[in-house]
Design a protein around this ligand. Structure first.
Ligand SMILES: Cc1cc2nc3c(=O)[nH]c(=O)nc-3n(C[C@H](O)[C@H](O)[C@H](O)COP(=O)(O)O)c2cc1C
Length: 319
């Protein structure tokens, strides 16, 4: 997610779940190939498995970007066919490509030729006045014909005129049933569902309906402990769990090395604000970090100070 799932965010999220697949922010292929965005490829080895998401519509450029991503040892290269932002529309990237499935297929074919790493696609169910009942199966048919077998489907249309990117994540209605029907129609494809999923219980319900995966965006970011922190146990049957205060303590050396390299505290802690969402002390945790982390002298002591508000509250509540 652009501006959210940067490497600091992913490092944090990986501490909470060792099995979930994490995604980078979308990086456009021109930015990678023509230079300037190579720093966006940087990640910590602990982040695996991690997918690099690319945006673009030029098969040759996307192929080159995929090869760069594979060389950087990403575990998957994902093509964005879902982003509705204006900037992206103007470059013929993202959701507008739902109107050009043959071009998407061509892009994927070139990407697969160039990359030893699996190429996957994230798409919508359609855009504007398209009929998802015909557009989505046609899209899956044409793109899978070149060998793509994994798709994540954001189960709502993008309306490219008149809605902001944010509104396009909430206003077009969700149609989960269509995605279930796609799984029945294309049983050989690995289909993940995305859009509006808030809890792991909902994720489990989608898996019980036969889907192969569930992609959770905003809920995982805003409430990482409840989503990622229980995912290993509940979804992957892996006996791994971690408490919020242990996560914070594990972040401290990472934060310190970021500061030692000249980074700012807030660049990391902004992703940690939701760590105690809904728990006693959460408000003070957020407040201390959001008010203090921008100060030039701010360091790990501020994080410990913020944490003390949570632990004091836990002790008072007898936890
Ligand atoms: C701040 C933000 C940035 C996003 N950036 C991307 C992106 O770079 N690539 C992408 O495929 N989707 C992006 N999305 C969309 C999410 O991946 C997801 O499809 C959408 O939020 C619906 O899922 P959710 O309800 O679980 O959040 C972004 C969403 C948000 C809130």
């Amino acid at each position: 997610m652009m501006d959210w799932t940067d490497r600091h965010c992913r490092y944090l999220h990986r501490l909470m779940s060792r099995n979930t697949l994490l995604y980078t922010e979308m990086v456009t292929s021109p930015a990678l190939v023509r230079g300037g965005a190579l720093h966006l490829l940087k990640y910590h080895p602990s982040e695996h498995p991690v997918a690099l998401q690319l945006g673009g519509s030029d098969p040759v450029e996307l192929a080159e970007a995929s090869s760069i991503g594979a060389e950087a040892c990403y575990d998957e290269i994902n093509l964005n066919v879902g982003c509705p932002s204006d900037r992206v529309q103007s470059g013929t990237f993202g959701a507008v490509l739902m109107k050009q499935p043959d071009l998407v297929a061509q892009c994927c074919a070139k990407m697969m030729e160039a990359s030893p790493v699996e190429v996957t696609v994230k798409c919508r169910i359609g855009v504007d006045d398209q009929d998802p009942e015909t557009v989505l199966p046609d899209f899956l048919e044409r793109v899978s014909a070149v060998g793509v077998t994994r798709f994540s489907v954001h189960a709502r249309k993008a309306w490219l005129q008149g809605l902001s990117p944010k509104e396009n994540r909430d206003i077009p209605p969700l149609d989960y049933d269509l995605v279930y029907r796609m799984k029945e129609r294309f049983p050989h494809l690995h289909l993940s569902i995305n859009g509006g999923i808030q809890t792991l219980q909902e994720a489990q319900d989608h898996l019980a309906r036969g889907l192969d995966g569930v992609m959770i965006g905003r809920a995982a970011y805003h409430n990482p402990l409840d989503v990622l922190g229980d995912a290993d146990r509940l979804i992957y049957k892996d006996d791994h769990s971690i408490s919020g205060d242990v996560v914070v303590h594990r972040m401290l050396p990472y934060i310190q090395s970021h500061l030692d390299e000249g980074g700012k505290l807030a660049q990391v802690t902004r992703h940690m604000l939701g760590l105690f969402a809904g728990k006693p002390g959460a408000r003070m945790w957020r407040r201390v970090l959001s008010e203090g982390a921008h100060r030039p002298e701010a360091g790990t002591a501020l994080v410990l100070e913020a944490l003390s508000h949570v632990t004091d509250n836990q002790q008072a509540a007898g936890e």
